[in-house]
Design a binder for this molecule. Structure first.
Ligand code: NAD
Ligand code: WQD
Length: 337
């Protein structure tokens, strides 16, 4: 099949390129480079052993999308393009709604005009909000995400549900990621945050490599075994495997389908620190600070639905996640820049 990968110059999209090429698909990438690097596409194409046309452009650009679909007869779209910095979304909510919600809206209009009705969308466990019993499964009602980024993901889910209801030709997979981490085992592609990392694992990697002094652990008074926040971290290569499985399953599944992508178990921040120390052989200095606004104490997935309906489950453990991040970090201390 020929797949349009939006956001393919970013962290997860670049890993999807490799997996798609390895599975024998053709790939076209669209990315506006707001947070991506063309080098990621080049390296991913080399890893996957394919030729990947890269179009620098925006998913909000309808004219460009029409041209793209006219030139490339795509069978499906994996839609990773979006803004994802939680703190920035609080400062610039309109930019997030325009980019994430407006961008998806325009993309879907262009897809329908081109007769492309299969879409895999990057959602987030943040749409569950707070207060549900663990583990979180897809039948739970969505909640109120604690920030505009999360609300943009929930809004897109609502848009896609309405779209699927409006026209039975749509086959849509909404994938609710828990916490993707790790890097390709080659060390050639990985997460390359611009500026100070917002997320735990890229920050840990920069502390271990000496680029930053100490990890700030947000909160040690949560109702968890060691007082620090617990999350369901999954390897990015497993995550993109879930996308390929969803894309295949959508051949036979019309409407909107929601699947959690997670391991089903949680690790605390301190367990993550220890695992990173183990993988890197370095000490990771850390200090405690107050809780970060909007954080939940604990969350992990119930991945049963993805296992039963997609035949997908994670294969890589925490040691592999950390070893792969460390390999990437050491080979690329400044990311792609
Ligand atoms: P990323 O920032 O590395 O990649 C996103 C890519 O989209 C970037 O290359 C960026 O330049 C591009 N982009 C942004 N807006 C665009 C636009 N309007 N038009 C074209 N390209 C645009 O992020 P990622 O971690 O790879 O995340 C991919 C998707 O998964 C995002 O939608 C994100 O919200 C979602 N997601 C990520 C996580 C996570 O922890 N990384 C968790 C849940 C959901
Ligand atoms: C994990 C744990 C922090 C950084 C976020 C988004 C979510 C999704 C994935 C992406 C928490 C703690 C972190 C640090 C710390 N979206 N932490 N010090 O918050 O679970 O999820 O990324 O597109 O929508 O909210 O991930 O990696 O930021 O935090 O102590 O410097 O690590 O408090 O317990 P989170 P995270």
């Amino acid at each position: 099949m020929k797949i349009l990968v939006t956001g393919g110059a970013g962290y997860i999209g670049s890993h999807a390129i490799v997996a798609l090429l390895e599975a024998g698909h053709e790939v076209v990438v669209l990315d506006n480079l707001a947070n991506g690097s063309p080098e990621a596409v080049t390296r991913a194409a080399a890893l996957g052993g394919g030729n990947v046309p890269f179009i620098e452009g925006d998913v909000r650009d309808r004219v460009l999308l029409d041209e793209l679909f006219a030139e490339h007869a795509c069978d499906a779209v994996m839609h990773f393009a979006g803004l994802k910095a939680v703190g920035e979304s609080v400062e610039q909510p309109l930019a997030y709604f325009e980019n994430n919600v407006g961008g998806t809206n325009t993309l879907c209009q262009a897809m329908a005009a081109a007769g492309v009705y299969r879409l895999v969308f990057s959602s987030s466990a943040t749409v569950y909000g707070e207060g549900h019993p663990l583990p979180w499964h897809e039948a739970l009602p969505t909640g109120t995400p604690s920030n505009p980024y999360g609300r943009s993901k929930l809004m897109v889910e609502q848009v896609l549900a309405d779209l699927a209801t409006s026209n039975p030709r749509w086959h849509i997979g909404v994938l609710r990621y828990f916490n993707p981490v790790g890097a390709h085992e080659s060390g050639r592609i990985g997460e390359s945050p611009l500026g100070t990392p917002n997320n735990l694992v890229p920050y840990l990697a920069q502390v271990a490599s000496g680029r930053r002094e100490s990890l700030t652990v947000f909160g040690n008074d949560y109702p968890t075994p060691d007082g620090t926040g617990v999350r369901d971290y999954l390897h990015v290569v497993d995550l993109v495997g879930g996308h390929l499985a969803a894309m295949e399953a959508l051949k036979k599944r019309a409407g909107m389908n929601v699947w959690n992508l997670g391991t089903g178990r949680g690790f605390s921040v301190l367990e993550m620190v220890r695992a990173f120390e183990q993988a890197s052989g370095r000490q990771v200095p850390y200090h405690f600070a107050p809780r970060r606004g909007g954080d939940v104490a604990r969350c992990w997935a119930d991945p049963t639905k993805a296992r039963e309906e997609l035949g997908w489950q994670t294969q890589r453990d925490l040691d592999a996640m950390m070893a792969d991040v460390w390999r990437w970090q050491q080979a690329n201390p400044q990311g792609y820049s």
